[in-house]
Design a protein around this ligand. Structure first.
Ligand code: PAF
Length: 302
């Protein structure tokens, strides 16, 4: 593994790899790596000759200044995790992994980019209206990474389900021949979806956080015999009333505050009102919940 911080060095390494016809895999991250990211990197190392992992906290995708400031920055530990993965990994195809850790000035040498992306209906639901400018900011950085790394494949986690739909729409717009590889959520043993934000949860909040996944799993079972609207209402009520039903688990006013739970077509991300309305990819439930001042997201496939 080699760490590089300069875009020009990345381009040079990529050009050399291209000359040898090596297939490049890109794993864009914002660092604070956990097993979920490592599963993307592991897959990229198996499927490509050369892997670029970017670790960059992209300021232009944060519409909340406090969230940007609080975002964990743990580059040294991240590099150790990647090195550990490489050393224990069997069946690896890639011989080279570049960890690209640019500064903000390196990524945006002209200052804050002026480009704005619009993706229509896929960004007009769920996260889109609640985080204005977020997906455009993601698209700007991902396109820049695509331009620098010129990957054959790019790997994204399904926890950020809407982000995957947006990247798919970006690829359609810019017509780059890049295969988008969505990768399954990695969960802790108790079911909580791994997220860099989990480390901000207090012990009491961490202890009840798996309720989100448990509730979604129960919702998937209910979907066999309940209507879409009833399943939605049940999920929101179950989480919102958790502290009343379980006061001993919720000290000091701890409670789940669901922001949304939508059941949508898994491709178009448009809400459906009956199970038959879902298209070829089926239906997916997407949730955002506040717990202990931390915004957690998760999904369930129906
Ligand atoms: O999913 C993330 O961590 C980020 O949105 C991404 C894709 C690395 C862009 O900054």
């Amino acid at each position: 593994m080699k760490q590089i911080t300069k875009a020009a060095d990345l381009q040079q390494a990529v050009n050399a790899a291209k000359k040898q016809n090596l297939e490049i895999g890109l794993v864009p991250t914002m660092g604070a790596l956990h097993e979920g990211h490592l599963s993307l990197i592991e897959r990229a190392l198996k499927e490509n000759d050369f892997v670029v992992v970017s670790l960059f906290v992209n300021p232009i995708q944060f519409n909340n200044k406090e969230d940007l400031e609080k975002y964990p920055r743990t580059i040294e530990a991240d590099l150790d995790l990647i090195a550990g993965l490489i050393s224990r990994m069997e069946g690896r195809k890639a011989q080279e992994l570049l960890a690209f850790t640019p500064s903000v000035e390196e990524m945006y040498p002209q200052g804050e980019p002026k480009e704005v992306y619009h993706f229509g209906p896929v960004e007009e639901v769920m996260e889109g209206p609640r985080r204005p400018g977020h997906f455009s900011g993601v698209a700007v950085v991902v396109r820049r990474l695509f331009d620098l790394a010129q990957p054959r494949r790019a790997y994204f986690g399904e926890k950020d389900y809407q982000q995957i739909a947006v990247i798919r729409a970006l690829l359609e717009q810019i017509k780059y021949p890049i295969e988008l590889v969505p990768c399954p959520i990695v969960r802790a043993d108790d079911g909580l979806a791994l997220s860099s934000r989990n480390m901000r949860l207090s012990p009491a909040a961490r202890a009840i956080a798996p309720t989100i996944n448990a509730t979604l799993e129960q919702a998937a079972e209910m979907a066999e015999f309940e209507d879409v609207d009833d399943v939605k209402e049940w999920v929101l009520d179950t989480l919102a009333s958790f502290h009343e039903v379980n006061p001993s688990l919720c000290p000091d006013g701890l409670k789940f505050e669901p922001e949304y739970f939508e059941i949508v077509d898994a491709r178009t991300l448009q809400p459906i009102d009956n199970w038959e309305a879902a298209g070829d990819l089926g239906a997916v439930g997407c949730i955002a919940v506040w717990l202990d001042g931390v915004r957690l997201i998760d999904i369930v496939k129906f």
